[in-house]
Write a protein that binds this ligand. Structure first.
Ligand SMILES: *Cc1c(COP(=O)(O)O)cnc(C)c1O
Length: 383
Protein backbone atom coordinates (compact mmCIF):
# COMPACT_ATOMS: atom_id res chain seq x y z
CA UNK A 1 0.00 0.00 0.00
CA UNK A 2 1.44 3.39 -0.92
CA UNK A 3 1.04 6.56 1.08
CA UNK A 4 -1.45 7.79 -1.47
CA UNK A 5 -3.99 5.02 -0.94
CA UNK A 6 -6.96 5.94 1.21
CA UNK A 7 -9.13 2.82 1.22
CA UNK A 8 -12.88 3.20 1.66
CA UNK A 9 -14.20 1.45 4.74
CA UNK A 10 -17.60 -0.07 3.95
CA UNK A 11 -19.92 -1.77 6.51
CA UNK A 12 -18.04 -5.09 6.29
CA UNK A 13 -18.95 -7.04 9.42
CA UNK A 14 -22.19 -4.98 9.58
CA UNK A 15 -23.25 -6.11 6.10
CA UNK A 16 -26.94 -5.46 6.68
CA UNK A 17 -26.41 -1.77 7.50
CA UNK A 18 -27.67 0.66 4.86
CA UNK A 19 -25.29 3.43 3.74
CA UNK A 20 -27.54 5.91 5.63
CA UNK A 21 -27.11 3.91 8.82
CA UNK A 22 -23.38 3.44 8.34
CA UNK A 23 -22.88 7.18 7.78
CA UNK A 24 -24.99 8.14 10.80
CA UNK A 25 -22.81 8.86 13.86
CA UNK A 26 -25.66 7.91 16.20
CA UNK A 27 -25.95 4.50 14.47
CA UNK A 28 -22.18 4.01 14.79
CA UNK A 29 -22.34 4.79 18.52
CA UNK A 30 -25.38 2.55 19.13
CA UNK A 31 -23.68 -0.32 17.34
CA UNK A 32 -20.36 -0.07 19.15
CA UNK A 33 -18.79 -3.26 20.41
CA UNK A 34 -19.04 -3.02 24.18
CA UNK A 35 -18.98 -6.55 25.56
CA UNK A 36 -17.42 -9.97 25.09
CA UNK A 37 -20.43 -11.44 23.25
CA UNK A 38 -20.49 -8.65 20.66
CA UNK A 39 -16.74 -8.95 20.19
CA UNK A 40 -16.67 -12.74 19.86
CA UNK A 41 -19.47 -12.64 17.34
CA UNK A 42 -17.16 -10.85 14.91
CA UNK A 43 -13.63 -11.78 15.90
CA UNK A 44 -11.95 -15.06 16.92
CA UNK A 45 -10.21 -13.94 20.10
CA UNK A 46 -6.92 -15.30 21.37
CA UNK A 47 -7.00 -16.64 24.96
CA UNK A 48 -5.09 -13.48 26.07
CA UNK A 49 -7.72 -11.24 24.49
CA UNK A 50 -10.64 -13.24 25.86
CA UNK A 51 -9.29 -13.09 29.42
CA UNK A 52 -8.45 -9.41 29.00
CA UNK A 53 -11.93 -8.56 27.75
CA UNK A 54 -13.59 -10.29 30.69
CA UNK A 55 -11.49 -8.12 33.05
CA UNK A 56 -11.74 -4.90 31.01
CA UNK A 57 -15.04 -3.85 32.53
CA UNK A 58 -13.33 -3.27 35.88
CA UNK A 59 -10.76 -0.76 34.63
CA UNK A 60 -11.36 0.75 31.22
CA UNK A 61 -14.49 -0.19 29.32
CA UNK A 62 -14.39 -2.01 26.01
CA UNK A 63 -15.66 0.23 23.21
CA UNK A 64 -15.00 0.00 19.46
CA UNK A 65 -17.00 1.78 16.76
CA UNK A 66 -18.00 -0.35 13.76
CA UNK A 67 -15.97 2.02 11.57
CA UNK A 68 -12.75 1.37 13.52
CA UNK A 69 -13.49 -2.31 14.11
CA UNK A 70 -13.71 -2.92 10.37
CA UNK A 71 -10.09 -1.84 9.99
CA UNK A 72 -8.96 -4.86 12.01
CA UNK A 73 -7.34 -7.65 10.03
CA UNK A 74 -9.35 -10.54 11.52
CA UNK A 75 -6.74 -13.12 10.51
CA UNK A 76 -3.88 -11.33 12.21
CA UNK A 77 -3.75 -11.53 16.01
CA UNK A 78 -0.96 -8.92 15.88
CA UNK A 79 -2.93 -6.43 13.77
CA UNK A 80 -1.85 -2.90 14.81
CA UNK A 81 -5.46 -1.69 14.85
CA UNK A 82 -6.52 -4.61 17.01
CA UNK A 83 -3.70 -4.04 19.55
CA UNK A 84 -4.97 -0.51 20.19
CA UNK A 85 -8.56 -1.37 21.13
CA UNK A 86 -8.98 -5.09 21.91
CA UNK A 87 -8.15 -5.71 25.60
CA UNK A 88 -5.43 -8.21 26.53
CA UNK A 89 -4.73 -9.96 29.80
CA UNK A 90 -1.41 -8.07 30.12
CA UNK A 91 -3.50 -5.00 31.00
CA UNK A 92 -4.22 -6.47 34.40
CA UNK A 93 -0.52 -6.84 35.21
CA UNK A 94 0.78 -3.75 37.00
CA UNK A 95 4.50 -3.18 36.74
CA UNK A 96 6.04 -1.52 39.87
CA UNK A 97 6.94 1.61 37.87
CA UNK A 98 3.42 2.13 36.59
CA UNK A 99 0.91 4.65 37.91
CA UNK A 100 -2.86 5.18 37.74
CA UNK A 101 -2.26 8.92 37.17
CA UNK A 102 1.05 8.84 35.24
CA UNK A 103 1.08 12.57 34.43
CA UNK A 104 0.20 13.67 37.97
CA UNK A 105 -2.92 15.49 36.78
CA UNK A 106 -5.04 15.04 39.89
CA UNK A 107 -2.53 17.06 41.94
CA UNK A 108 -2.56 19.93 39.42
CA UNK A 109 -6.33 20.53 39.42
CA UNK A 110 -7.21 23.84 41.09
CA UNK A 111 -10.82 23.25 39.96
CA UNK A 112 -12.42 19.86 39.20
CA UNK A 113 -11.69 19.03 35.56
CA UNK A 114 -9.14 21.82 35.01
CA UNK A 115 -5.44 20.89 34.88
CA UNK A 116 -3.14 23.90 35.29
CA UNK A 117 0.49 22.84 34.97
CA UNK A 118 2.05 25.38 32.61
CA UNK A 119 2.23 29.15 33.12
CA UNK A 120 -0.06 30.28 30.30
CA UNK A 121 -2.29 27.36 29.35
CA UNK A 122 -4.66 24.79 30.80
CA UNK A 123 -6.31 21.52 29.99
CA UNK A 124 -10.09 21.42 30.49
CA UNK A 125 -11.63 17.97 30.69
CA UNK A 126 -15.18 18.31 29.41
CA UNK A 127 -16.37 14.69 29.28
CA UNK A 128 -15.27 11.24 30.42
CA UNK A 129 -16.57 9.40 27.35
CA UNK A 130 -14.91 8.50 24.02
CA UNK A 131 -16.23 6.90 20.85
CA UNK A 132 -13.79 3.98 21.32
CA UNK A 133 -11.34 3.25 24.12
CA UNK A 134 -7.58 3.08 23.53
CA UNK A 135 -6.17 0.34 25.76
CA UNK A 136 -3.15 2.53 26.69
CA UNK A 137 -5.32 5.49 27.74
CA UNK A 138 -3.32 7.79 30.01
CA UNK A 139 -6.54 8.92 31.70
CA UNK A 140 -8.09 5.46 32.13
CA UNK A 141 -8.52 6.18 35.85
CA UNK A 142 -11.43 8.52 35.03
CA UNK A 143 -12.41 7.73 31.43
CA UNK A 144 -15.18 5.37 30.27
CA UNK A 145 -17.01 5.08 33.60
CA UNK A 146 -15.62 1.59 34.31
CA UNK A 147 -12.93 2.38 36.90
CA UNK A 148 -13.34 3.28 40.56
CA UNK A 149 -12.61 7.00 40.15
CA UNK A 150 -15.08 9.29 38.43
CA UNK A 151 -14.29 12.44 36.48
CA UNK A 152 -15.91 15.39 38.14
CA UNK A 153 -16.01 18.60 36.16
CA UNK A 154 -16.96 21.99 37.54
CA UNK A 155 -17.39 23.97 34.33
CA UNK A 156 -18.67 27.11 36.06
CA UNK A 157 -15.77 26.90 38.51
CA UNK A 158 -13.36 26.52 35.58
CA UNK A 159 -14.73 29.61 33.80
CA UNK A 160 -14.49 31.60 37.05
CA UNK A 161 -10.87 30.40 37.51
CA UNK A 162 -9.96 31.44 33.96
CA UNK A 163 -11.48 34.87 34.57
CA UNK A 164 -9.39 35.27 37.72
CA UNK A 165 -6.20 34.16 35.91
CA UNK A 166 -5.64 36.42 32.91
CA UNK A 167 -2.18 34.90 32.45
CA UNK A 168 -3.94 31.89 30.91
CA UNK A 169 -4.22 32.57 27.18
CA UNK A 170 -4.63 29.03 25.82
CA UNK A 171 -7.31 26.46 26.71
CA UNK A 172 -7.14 22.87 25.50
CA UNK A 173 -10.43 20.96 25.62
CA UNK A 174 -9.94 17.28 26.23
CA UNK A 175 -11.51 14.48 28.20
CA UNK A 176 -12.73 11.93 27.13
CA UNK A 177 -13.45 13.23 23.68
CA UNK A 178 -14.97 16.72 23.44
CA UNK A 179 -16.41 16.04 19.97
CA UNK A 180 -18.68 13.44 21.53
CA UNK A 181 -20.64 16.29 23.13
CA UNK A 182 -23.72 17.49 21.27
CA UNK A 183 -23.08 20.47 18.96
CA UNK A 184 -25.15 22.78 21.20
CA UNK A 185 -23.30 21.81 24.36
CA UNK A 186 -19.86 22.25 22.78
CA UNK A 187 -20.99 25.52 21.19
CA UNK A 188 -22.05 26.78 24.64
CA UNK A 189 -18.66 25.91 26.17
CA UNK A 190 -16.73 27.55 23.32
CA UNK A 191 -18.97 30.64 23.39
CA UNK A 192 -18.45 30.99 27.14
CA UNK A 193 -14.66 30.65 26.75
CA UNK A 194 -14.64 33.27 24.00
CA UNK A 195 -16.29 35.73 26.43
CA UNK A 196 -13.12 35.66 28.54
CA UNK A 197 -10.93 38.40 27.01
CA UNK A 198 -7.59 36.92 28.11
CA UNK A 199 -8.17 33.68 26.17
CA UNK A 200 -6.53 34.01 22.78
CA UNK A 201 -6.36 30.45 21.65
CA UNK A 202 -8.59 27.40 22.02
CA UNK A 203 -7.84 23.91 20.87
CA UNK A 204 -9.61 20.58 20.99
CA UNK A 205 -7.95 17.19 21.40
CA UNK A 206 -10.05 14.50 19.73
CA UNK A 207 -9.79 11.04 18.26
CA UNK A 208 -13.29 11.30 16.78
CA UNK A 209 -12.01 12.02 13.24
CA UNK A 210 -10.30 8.60 13.41
CA UNK A 211 -12.84 6.56 15.41
CA UNK A 212 -16.01 8.14 14.09
CA UNK A 213 -15.39 10.32 11.02
CA UNK A 214 -19.16 10.37 10.44
CA UNK A 215 -19.40 12.74 13.43
CA UNK A 216 -17.52 15.48 11.52
CA UNK A 217 -20.72 16.78 9.97
CA UNK A 218 -21.00 20.05 8.02
CA UNK A 219 -23.10 21.36 10.95
CA UNK A 220 -20.40 20.57 13.50
CA UNK A 221 -17.74 22.17 11.32
CA UNK A 222 -19.88 25.31 10.77
CA UNK A 223 -20.27 25.63 14.54
CA UNK A 224 -16.55 25.16 15.24
CA UNK A 225 -15.44 27.77 12.74
CA UNK A 226 -17.40 30.47 14.58
CA UNK A 227 -14.85 30.20 17.38
CA UNK A 228 -11.61 30.92 15.52
CA UNK A 229 -8.72 30.84 16.16
CA UNK A 230 -9.52 27.21 16.96
CA UNK A 231 -7.01 24.39 16.44
CA UNK A 232 -7.71 20.67 16.53
CA UNK A 233 -5.27 17.92 17.51
CA UNK A 234 -6.24 14.49 16.30
CA UNK A 235 -4.78 11.20 17.51
CA UNK A 236 -3.69 8.75 14.85
CA UNK A 237 -1.10 5.99 15.27
CA UNK A 238 -1.10 3.91 12.11
CA UNK A 239 -1.49 4.66 8.38
CA UNK A 240 -4.34 2.15 8.10
CA UNK A 241 -6.47 4.50 10.21
CA UNK A 242 -6.46 7.09 7.43
CA UNK A 243 -9.35 5.84 5.31
CA UNK A 244 -11.21 7.69 2.57
CA UNK A 245 -13.90 8.65 5.13
CA UNK A 246 -11.29 9.97 7.57
CA UNK A 247 -9.61 11.99 4.85
CA UNK A 248 -12.97 13.52 3.84
CA UNK A 249 -13.66 14.44 7.48
CA UNK A 250 -10.21 16.01 7.86
CA UNK A 251 -10.70 17.95 4.64
CA UNK A 252 -13.98 19.38 5.94
CA UNK A 253 -12.14 20.60 9.04
CA UNK A 254 -9.17 21.97 7.10
CA UNK A 255 -11.46 23.73 4.62
CA UNK A 256 -13.06 25.51 7.59
CA UNK A 257 -9.65 26.97 8.37
CA UNK A 258 -9.06 24.80 11.41
CA UNK A 259 -5.33 24.06 11.67
CA UNK A 260 -4.91 20.34 12.27
CA UNK A 261 -2.17 18.62 14.24
CA UNK A 262 -1.64 14.99 15.12
CA UNK A 263 -0.49 13.40 18.34
CA UNK A 264 0.75 9.81 18.09
CA UNK A 265 1.75 7.49 20.88
CA UNK A 266 4.71 5.24 20.14
CA UNK A 267 3.38 1.72 20.75
CA UNK A 268 5.07 -1.66 20.59
CA UNK A 269 3.63 -3.74 17.74
CA UNK A 270 1.60 -0.80 16.42
CA UNK A 271 3.95 1.85 15.05
CA UNK A 272 7.42 0.94 16.33
CA UNK A 273 8.96 0.73 12.86
CA UNK A 274 10.16 3.83 11.08
CA UNK A 275 8.50 2.77 7.80
CA UNK A 276 5.13 2.75 9.58
CA UNK A 277 5.63 6.18 11.12
CA UNK A 278 6.87 7.62 7.85
CA UNK A 279 3.85 6.33 5.94
CA UNK A 280 1.54 7.66 8.66
CA UNK A 281 3.14 11.10 8.62
CA UNK A 282 3.14 11.33 4.83
CA UNK A 283 -0.54 10.40 4.73
CA UNK A 284 -1.33 12.95 7.42
CA UNK A 285 0.32 15.68 5.32
CA UNK A 286 -1.84 14.61 2.36
CA UNK A 287 -4.81 15.28 4.69
CA UNK A 288 -3.34 18.67 5.72
CA UNK A 289 -2.55 17.42 9.22
CA UNK A 290 0.82 18.41 10.68
CA UNK A 291 2.44 15.78 12.93
CA UNK A 292 2.76 17.64 16.26
CA UNK A 293 3.90 15.28 19.02
CA UNK A 294 5.08 11.68 19.15
CA UNK A 295 4.60 10.58 22.76
CA UNK A 296 6.64 8.04 24.58
CA UNK A 297 3.90 5.82 26.07
CA UNK A 298 2.99 6.99 29.58
CA UNK A 299 3.62 4.67 32.55
CA UNK A 300 -0.07 3.86 32.78
CA UNK A 301 -0.89 0.66 34.67
CA UNK A 302 -0.92 -2.44 32.48
CA UNK A 303 0.90 -0.84 29.53
CA UNK A 304 4.26 -2.67 29.57
CA UNK A 305 3.31 -4.86 26.58
CA UNK A 306 2.67 -1.70 24.53
CA UNK A 307 5.69 0.33 25.58
CA UNK A 308 8.99 0.68 23.71
CA UNK A 309 12.26 2.01 25.09
CA UNK A 310 13.16 5.66 24.63
CA UNK A 311 16.29 4.55 22.78
CA UNK A 312 14.16 2.85 20.14
CA UNK A 313 12.10 6.02 19.79
CA UNK A 314 15.20 8.14 19.36
CA UNK A 315 16.52 5.81 16.68
CA UNK A 316 13.28 6.14 14.74
CA UNK A 317 13.31 9.93 15.08
CA UNK A 318 16.87 9.92 13.76
CA UNK A 319 15.67 8.09 10.67
CA UNK A 320 12.98 10.72 10.06
CA UNK A 321 14.68 14.07 10.67
CA UNK A 322 16.45 15.19 7.52
CA UNK A 323 15.44 12.05 5.67
CA UNK A 324 11.96 13.38 4.93
CA UNK A 325 9.94 16.62 4.88
CA UNK A 326 10.44 18.61 8.05
CA UNK A 327 6.67 19.09 8.35
CA UNK A 328 6.37 15.30 8.62
CA UNK A 329 8.60 15.14 11.69
CA UNK A 330 6.88 15.58 15.07
CA UNK A 331 8.55 16.45 18.37
CA UNK A 332 9.25 13.30 20.38
CA UNK A 333 8.29 13.88 24.02
CA UNK A 334 7.85 12.07 27.28
CA UNK A 335 5.40 13.35 29.87
CA UNK A 336 7.61 13.57 32.97
CA UNK A 337 6.30 10.76 35.22
CA UNK A 338 4.36 12.16 38.16
CA UNK A 339 3.75 15.58 36.65
CA UNK A 340 6.82 16.99 34.87
CA UNK A 341 4.97 18.02 31.76
CA UNK A 342 6.16 17.31 28.24
CA UNK A 343 9.90 16.92 27.90
CA UNK A 344 11.47 16.73 24.39
CA UNK A 345 13.71 13.68 24.23
CA UNK A 346 15.65 14.32 21.11
CA UNK A 347 17.71 12.80 19.76
CA UNK A 348 20.20 15.63 20.14
CA UNK A 349 22.34 16.84 17.26
CA UNK A 350 24.73 18.71 19.53
CA UNK A 351 27.92 16.73 19.91
CA UNK A 352 29.73 19.22 22.12
CA UNK A 353 29.58 22.81 23.37
CA UNK A 354 32.35 25.18 24.39
CA UNK A 355 32.32 28.94 25.08
CA UNK A 356 33.47 29.72 21.56
CA UNK A 357 31.88 26.98 19.46
CA UNK A 358 29.25 24.29 19.17
CA UNK A 359 29.97 20.94 17.55
CA UNK A 360 26.99 19.58 15.63
CA UNK A 361 26.16 16.54 13.57
CA UNK A 362 23.73 16.50 10.67
CA UNK A 363 21.20 13.79 9.74
CA UNK A 364 23.94 11.77 8.03
CA UNK A 365 26.21 11.90 11.05
CA UNK A 366 28.67 14.36 9.46
CA UNK A 367 30.18 16.74 11.99
CA UNK A 368 30.05 20.55 11.70
CA UNK A 369 31.33 23.37 13.82
CA UNK A 370 29.41 26.59 14.50
CA UNK A 371 31.60 29.35 15.96
CA UNK A 372 29.77 31.42 18.59
CA UNK A 373 29.79 35.15 18.12
CA UNK A 374 32.10 36.90 20.55
CA UNK A 375 30.17 39.16 22.96
CA UNK A 376 31.98 42.54 23.06
CA UNK A 377 31.88 44.20 26.47
CA UNK A 378 30.61 47.83 26.67
CA UNK A 379 34.18 48.87 27.46
CA UNK A 380 35.36 47.39 24.13
CA UNK A 381 32.69 49.35 22.25
CA UNK A 382 33.56 52.76 23.69
CA UNK A 383 37.30 52.42 23.53
C1 LIG B 1 -0.10 18.76 26.89
C2 LIG B 1 -0.62 19.72 27.86
C3 LIG B 1 -0.81 21.04 27.51
C4 LIG B 1 -0.47 21.60 26.13
O1 LIG B 1 0.90 21.54 25.90
P1 LIG B 1 1.51 22.10 24.52
O2 LIG B 1 2.95 21.72 24.56
O3 LIG B 1 1.28 23.58 24.53
O4 LIG B 1 0.76 21.44 23.41
C5 LIG B 1 -1.30 21.92 28.47
N1 LIG B 1 -1.59 21.49 29.72
C6 LIG B 1 -1.39 20.21 30.09
C7 LIG B 1 -1.70 19.83 31.49
C8 LIG B 1 -0.91 19.28 29.17
O5 LIG B 1 -0.74 18.01 29.56
Amino acid sequence: MSARDFAANPPGAWGSATPEQWNDPAWQLRNRIQNLEQLELRLALTPEERAGTILAGKKLALGITPHFFNLIDKDDPDCPIRRQVVPRIEESVTNPDELTDPCGEDSHMPVAGLVHRYPDRVLLLVTDRCASYCRYCTRSRVVSGAGEQELSVDLEGAFAYLEKHPEIRDVLLSGGDPLLLADAKLDAILTRLRKIPSIEFVRIGSRIPIFLPQRITPELVAMLRKHHPLFLSIHSNHPKELTAEVRAALERLADAGIPLGNQSVLLRGVNDRVETLKELYHKLLLCRVRPYYLYQCDLITGSAHLRTTIREGQEMMEQLRGHTTGYAVPTYVVDGPGGGGKIPIGPSYIVGMADDRVILKNYRGDVYEYPEVGQPSPADLTR
